[in-house]
Structure formats: structure tokens, C-alpha cells
Design a protein around this ligand. Structure first.
Ligand code: GDP
Ligand code: MG
Length: 347
């Protein structure tokens, strides 16, 4: 297919045209997720730019909303039946954040700007959003990652876990979209994701505010990506019967169980942390007591040594006095002897 054909094909996609009918779906929700600053918003702008083929516009406000709330999910309508969702950002992939992503990806939280009162935990938000849950969206997860950032091994494991869970949650293996294609180690990053088990990897140099010079190559890549999404949706719809209402309930149970397990794990970790702290304090106390005993012993030892020294000195003094006395007596006796001898001479 050439560019125009691809564009037409994408624009005309509708579930009604699927072999086995729409099965309750009326829109593909391409759910973008990934770390902050990796090009999700720029990718949305790129898709719109390519598909509309008009002026470049910063629809998704790439970069400007770095401080944007992670709770927002902004939808961008691409065609009448395809919408892209900017699921804002991840800074790391810990238990809490992944719970939030799964709730977003599972379409369990409302689209658009929603003000949540402070203190609303994820569970509460999911429950509150129940009434407005849209069951007719076919969720298509897309993980966006910039090749500019190498991925440390620990992070690779976390991403892999999230990608797998995301597949279990949505029933679709996420497509990996690599951005900044021309300014990083593309092949290395592709290999990292391939080793994680990612089947479909697309790489792009996004059109940006600074560089949106249209090229056939860039246009074609984006259209091929969208075409692949549609092909996959057809495959899913045709090979597996769907019940969108049942599926959203399953997704909800999946996420609630995940959050519950994370909380249980966090509580367990907390208990273990407290135990470890108590153990450290106990050990510190014991070592302080041992130190006190050691000091006390040392003090006694020094006192005894001093006492002994004083006794020795006293004995020495007594010995000297005794010696002096004996010397005195001896001298006196000798004097007496001398005197006696002198008398005898005289007679
Ligand atoms: N050169 C280039 N810049 C990009 C690319 N993708 C994103 N950017 C820029 O990287 C910055 C962060 O991208 P952004 O889309 O805001 O990331 P987000 O936080 O994932 O939405 C912005 O300044 C984008 O213009 C790309 O493929 N190539
Ligand atoms: Mg963004």
C-alpha cells in the first residue's frame, strides 16, 4: 500500500467492517504509556500530523506539561474510530505506580481532566469511576521508550514484568514504540526489548516543533504502525469471541487484586522493616550494655590496680622504716660495743 492508501485504510477503519461484526466495540483506544519525557506526547502529535497531513501542531503539548498530574488521561481523536490516549507519566515502576498504570490501561479511570479530591486512593477512584466506565473501547497498549536512555538491568526486569502483566490485562501484547531513533543506540535498545519478549517494535524519529520537515520515510513508518494496530485488532476480533462488559469486569478484578497484593506486600515489607529496626535497636542496646559492663570492669580493674600499688608502696615504706630502725639499732649496738672496748683499753 502506498501512503495515500494506508491513510485511507486507517481513516476508514470501523469495527462494523470486522468479519464477525463489532462484538460491542466502537473505538480503538491506543493507550500510550511509558516514562516521563520519552516522547509520548510528541508521538501523538506525530500521528495526528501524519494522518491529517496539515500543519504541525503541538496538540499533546510535548514537554510543556512535565509537572502534569500523573492522574490525567487525555484522549486525542485520530479518526472517527481511533483515539490515542496520553496516559501521563511514570517516573519509576514500583508497585504503586504500576497499579496506577494498570488502572489507566484497563480503562478503569475516566478520560479527560478529572479533579480527584485529596486522599482518594486508587481503589476509591476506580470505584467512583465505575459509573462512567466505557465498555465499547478496544484497548490497545503501546509502550513508548526513547533510545536515548539506556535501560539498567534492574529496570529491564521491571519493564518486562509490566509488559507481561499489561498483556494479561488487556489481552494484547503491547507494541513497543522507540523514539529518538536517530540519537541513540537503536539496535541495542531493540535487542533489549526483543530479549524481554516484545514481538512488535517500531522505531521513530518523531516530528517535533523544531523539526517537522515532512519526509516520506517518516510518514510511512507512522502509517505502518497504525496499520499494524488495525491488523492486530482485526486478528483479535476474528479469532476470539469478545464480551466487552465481561472483559472490563475482569480487568477491574485484575487491577483490584493487583493493588491488594501490592498493599499486602508493602504491609509485609513494613512489618519486616519494623522487625529489622527493632532487632537493630535491641542489638544496639545489648552492645551498649556490654560496653557499660566492660567499662565498669575496666574501672574496677584500675581501682584494684591502684589499691595494690598503694599497698605495695605502703609495704615498701614499712620495709624501709624497719630497715632504718634495724640500721639504727645496729649502729647503736656498734657504738655501745666501741665504748665498751675503749673502757677495757683504759684498764
Ligand atoms: N529529536 C527528537 N525529539 C523528540 C522525539 N520524541 C520526543 N522528543 C522531544 O523530547 C521531549 C520530551 O518529549 P514528550 O513528548 O514531551 O515526552 P512525554 O513526557 O513522554 O510526553 C520534547 O521536547 C519532544 O519534542 C524524537 O523522536 N526525536
Ligand atoms: Mg507528555
Amino acid at each position: 500500500m502506498d501512503i495515500e492508501e494506508l491513510r485511507r485504510h486507517i481513516n476508514s477503519f470501523s469495527f462494523e467492517k470486522c468479519k464477525n461484526g463489532d462484538q460491542g466495540f466502537n473505538r480503538i483506544l491506543i493507550q500510550l504509556f511509558g516514562f516521563l519525557g520519552h516522547g509520548k506526547s510528541a508521538f501523538i502529535n506525530t500521528c495526528i500530523y501524519v494522518l491529517e497531513d496539515g500543519e504541525y501542531q503541538n496538540w499533546a503539548k510535548a514537554k510543556e506539561d512535565y509537572a502534569g498530574s500523573t492522574l490525567e488521561r487525555i484522549p486525542y481523536k485520530l479518526t472517527s474510530n481511533i483515539t490515542l490516549v496520553d496516559n501521563r507519566g511514570l517516573s519509576k515502576m514500583d508497585g504503586y505506580e504500576t497499579g496506577e498504570i494498570f488502572a489507566q490501561l484497563g480503562n478503569l479511570l475516566p478520560l479527560g481532566k478529572v479533579e480527584w479530591a485529596k486522599g482518594f486512593e486508587l481503589n476509591d477512584r476506580i470505584t467512583r469511576a465505575e459509573k462512567s466506565m466505557i465498555t465499547s473501547d478496544f484497548i490497545f497498549p503501546v509502550f513508548v521508550h526513547s533510545v536515548k536512555n539506556s535501560i539498567p538491568e534492574e529496570e529491564q526486569k521491571n519493564i518486562q514484568k509490566v509488559l507481561l502483566k499489561c498483556r494479561d490485562l488487556t489481552g494484547v501484547s503491547p507494541i513497543v514504540v522507540l523514539t529518538h531513533k536517530n540519537s541513540g543506540k537503536l539496535t541495542d535498545t531493540e535487542n533489549v526489548f526483543r530479549n524481554m519478549g516484545a514481538e512488535r517494535i517500531f522505531s521513530f524519529e518523531n516530528y517535533t516543533k523544531e523539526d517537522h520537515f515532512k519526509t516520506r520515510g517518516r510518514h510511512e513508518e507512522v502509517l505502518k504502525f497504525l496499520h499494524e494496530v488495525i491488523k492486530d485488532v482485526h486478528f483479535r476480533i476474528e479469532h476470539q469471541p469478545h464480551d466487552p462488559i465481561k472483559e472490563i469486569i475482569e480487568r477491574k478484578n485484575f487491577v483490584i487484586t493487583y493493588i491488594h497484593n501490592c498493599e499486602k506486600k508493602a504491609q509485609q515489607e513494613n512489618i519486616e522493616k519494623k522487625r529489622a529496626m527493632a532487632k537493630i535497636q535491641q542489638e544496639k542496646k545489648i552492645s551498649e550494655q556490654e560496653e557499660e559492663i566492660r567499662r565498669e570492669r575496666e574501672k574496677r580493674r584500675q581501682e584494684q590496680a591502684m589499691e595494690l600499688e598503694m599497698k605495695k608502696e605502703e609495704l615498701e615504706r614499712q620495709r624501709r622504716r624497719e630497715q632504718e630502725r634495724q640500721n639504727h639499732e645496729l649502729q647503736a649496738a656498734q657504738e655501745k660495743q666501741k665504748k665498751k672496748k675503749g673502757k677495757w683499753k683504759f684498764f
